[in-house]
Design a binder for this molecule. Structure first.
Ligand code: NAP
Length: 294
């Protein structure tokens, strides 16, 4: 018998994780702050309960997949949060939202004080990979704690990379997203440069597909998005900007120059000001137009 698990946060990532865990035979209890996503989850056949506390009451391991550290804090310590449950001792918290290492260490400490095991477990992969249970789990924690949940990890992902102790999963996730942020900007700028030269941007993707060096899954996924200029989110601009800000903060603290990432941050902050936060991160393209053109 597989143990019951929980998922708190049913956005792009959390909903698909919950569905895949249920498909693999886990009993899954889910909750979400807003009613809209709770209704969607019900229609998808998931067992929706009223709060993170109720999820914690019923599950042996609770996955958190929300936006940022403030959201994780709410889920843990807010009204009817996980720590309000009297039935959490010995259970495992698997924190999958992308947050910084410092917050991770703070959450780990408070989780341990509440008698729970903490696994730091952000994920690599976006909408397509999560829906196909092909995530890569970037785990920080004790190997024995990870092994205990190996069946669950296999149900939602294709690999677990053990980054080190708690905190290092989150540190690794920032390194990976630095690459994604820059690849996105490179592709968007390349398409913009094609357009101002009256060159069909499809030609860029034709070359990419023939090039062993450049033909990667990420560029393939973003081809349709960019050519059709349809920026419905696979990964929202505001969530990537959150991560770029974490990178910037770590680099500043360690006195490490990361000038290209800082330029990406500037561009994404401009896009956020333009109201593009809830669109896909490739919507930065809307800003890459010749001066005077909308
Ligand atoms: P999303 O679709 O925007 O969903 C965010 C979720 O967080 C929603 O369920 C939202 O609930 C919840 N939330 C936000 N603030 C909250 C609060 N204060 N209290 C409780 N719940 C709160 O985001 P996503 O794309 O699933 O991403 C989730 C996390 O995974 C983020 O940290 C993101 O950076 C990371 N990530 C995303 C991708 C990707 O490609 N999408 C890939 C890897 C990692 P409401 O419905 O109430 O707003």
């Amino acid at each position: 018998m597989k143990p019951p698990i929980g998922v708190v946060g049913l956005g792009i990532m959390g909903l698909a994780i919950a569905k895949n865990a249920q498909k693999a035979g886990f009993q899954v209890f889910v909750s979400n702050r807003s009613a809209v996503k709770r209704e969607i989850a019900k229609r998808e056949g998931l067992s929706v309960v009223n709060s993170p506390m109720e999820v914690a009451e019923r599950a042996q391991a609770i996955i958190i997949m929300v936006t940022d550290p403030a959201a994780v804090e709410d889920v843990l310590t807010g009204r009817d949060g996980i720590f309000s449950s009297k039935n959490i001792k010995g259970k495992t918290l698997i924190q999958m939202s992308t947050i910084d290492e410092k917050s991770t260490l703070e959450f780990s400490e408070s989780t341990n004080k509440n008698g729970m095991v903490y696994i730091d477990c952000p994920v690599a992969g976006s909408k397509k990979q999560v829906e196909e249970a092909q995530l890569i789990l970037l785990a920080g924690g004790m190997k024995a704690d990870l092994l205990k949940w190996d069946d669950l990890f296999k149900a939602i992902g294709k690999a677990v990379v053990h980054a080190g102790p708690v905190g290092k999963g989150s540190a690794l996730k920032l390194c990976m997203n630095l690459i994604v942020a820059q690849m996105t900007t490179a592709l968007c700028e390349s398409v913009a440069l094609a357009k101002v030269q009256d060159l069909n941007p499809e030609k860029i993707f034709e070359v990419i597909k023939q090039s062993p060096a450049l033909n990667c899954g990420y560029f393939q996924i973003k081809e349709k998005t960019l050519l059709e200029e349809n920026y419905s989110p696979a990964f929202s601009l505001k969530n990537m900007l959150k991560d770029v800000r974490f990178m910037d903060a770590v680099a500043r603290q360690k006195k490490l120059p990361i000038p290209v990432t800082q330029a990406v941050k500037f561009l994404m902050e401009g896009a956020l000001t333009e109201g593009l936060g809830d669109f896909d991160l490739t919507s930065i393209s809307a800003l890459l137009k010749p001066a005077g053109k909308k």
